[in-house]
Design a protein around this ligand. Structure first.
Ligand SMILES: [Mn+2]
Length: 359
């Protein structure tokens, strides 16, 4: 396991590189490429400057999340070939700068969804929260407004203003597109990009739908064992991989997360993992919780045991944390609770390793 920590960049993140450097084990940085619209090329110079800035702080950049996929690719629109070509160029430039894993998602129009970004847990901490009934009472525009109001002035991943400005129009373009149509477009994309990824040694890792079911009537392809099997079968290569996000997959009680980890790690399809706990509060209603197993509904120890026993040697980062100790931060991405989460992950891992060597 290689530990990692997501960082949004200078001026965008409330957490500094020197803060991250002081986390025990000095995690690898999971960088973010934003500030350009989906479909534009990131040049090697731009990526190189970003990498050097991180290295100057004594840290390493080896993972990027996300390189957004242009909607025309997902829709199978005529301009997709140009956007796929641009995507490949960005991947080649990332590979040349030492990036080994790129997390992305193939969700139509809208990324992860929460109905409250600052839901108060009983200990006074604030967490991201999802309530299906609340969502059903909202239009997509109302959801966007509610999300902006509670984001504390920070841009959220997948909720870039330029993208949401066109949300209604984008959603209309998806009308009539079936899951099979979307799957066909996904295969077309993977068949084009995976050979390039193999050549420049950059593993793609698709993030699950979050929450793990369809919303607003949009097709979504990545939230179950069967879904992932189908995606993996589209192009049979370790470079066509998964970002195994425990909180996203775990939001659907039908998913057995440790079983999925064992199955896909064994097939060398998991270069990257997000560790997060959630607490079920009702049918399709959950709050994110502290990482500790006892705080949520997922058994984080069993999850890490599944990785450990599969010989996992990819990158693991703590996913969303709560907002605690009056920190002013991007919802889900403060320093304190994610650092606590990472220490917990490392503690379990050390116990697994040392326990195994004693036997
Ligand atoms: Mn995640």
């Amino acid at each position: 396991m290689k530990t990692a920590f997501r960082w949004y960049g200078e001026g965008s993140d409330s957490v500094s590189l020197s803060d991250i450097r002081q986390i025990p084990g000095r995690p690898v940085i999971v960088g973010v490429l934003d500030g350009k619209a989906a479909g534009e090329v990131w040049t090697e110079q731009e990526i190189g400057a970003y990498r050097r800035h991180i290295e100057d702080s004594g840290l390493r950049l080896e993972v990027i999340e996300s390189v957004n996929i242009h909607e025309d690719i997902k829709l199978g629109a005529p301009a997709r070939d140009q956007y796929i070509e641009n995507f490949i160029k960005t991947i080649q430039n990332l590979g040349a700068q030492g990036i080994r894993v790129v997390c992305y998602n193939f969700m139509p129009a809208i990324d992860f969804v929460r109905t409250d970004l600052a839901w108060e847990l009983e200990d006074g901490s604030k967490a991201l929260y999802y309530d299906q009934k609340a969502l059903e009472g909202m239009t997509p525009d109302q959801l966007v407004d509610a999300t902006f109001q509670k984001s504390g002035g920070f841009t959220l991943p997948g909720w870039e203003p330029e993208r949401l400005y066109k949300l209604k129009e984008t959603m209309e373009r998806y009308q009539g597109l079936t899951p099979d149509d979307l799957r066909k477009n996904y295969r077309y994309f993977l068949e084009a990009v995976i050979p390039a990824c193999e050549q420049c040694d950059v593993r793609l890792a698709v993030h699950p739908d979050d929450p793990g079911w369809e919303i607003f009537g949009l097709p979504r392809l990545a939230h179950s064992m069967e879904d992932y099997q189908r995606i993996m079968d589209m192009v049979d290569s370790p470079y066509n991989g998964i970002t195994l996000c425990t909180g996203s997959l775990g939001s659907n009680p039908g998913n057995n997360v440790p079983e999925m980890i064992r199955y896909f790690c064994k097939r060398d399809r998991v270069p990257f993992a997000h560790i997060r706990n959630i607490r079920f509060l009702g049918e399709r209603t959950f709050a994110e919780s502290g990482h500790l197993s006892a705080e949520g509904s997922l058994d984080i120890c069993e999850i890490l045991r599944a990785f450990y026993e599969s010989g996992f040697d990819g990158y693991i980062r703590p996913d969303h944390g709560r907002t605690i100790w009056n920190e002013k931060c991007r919802p889900g991405y403060g320093l304190y609770d994610r650092a606590l989460g990472l220490m917990y992950i490392m503690g379990i891992w050390e116990a697994l390793e040392k326990g195994a060597s004693r036997r």
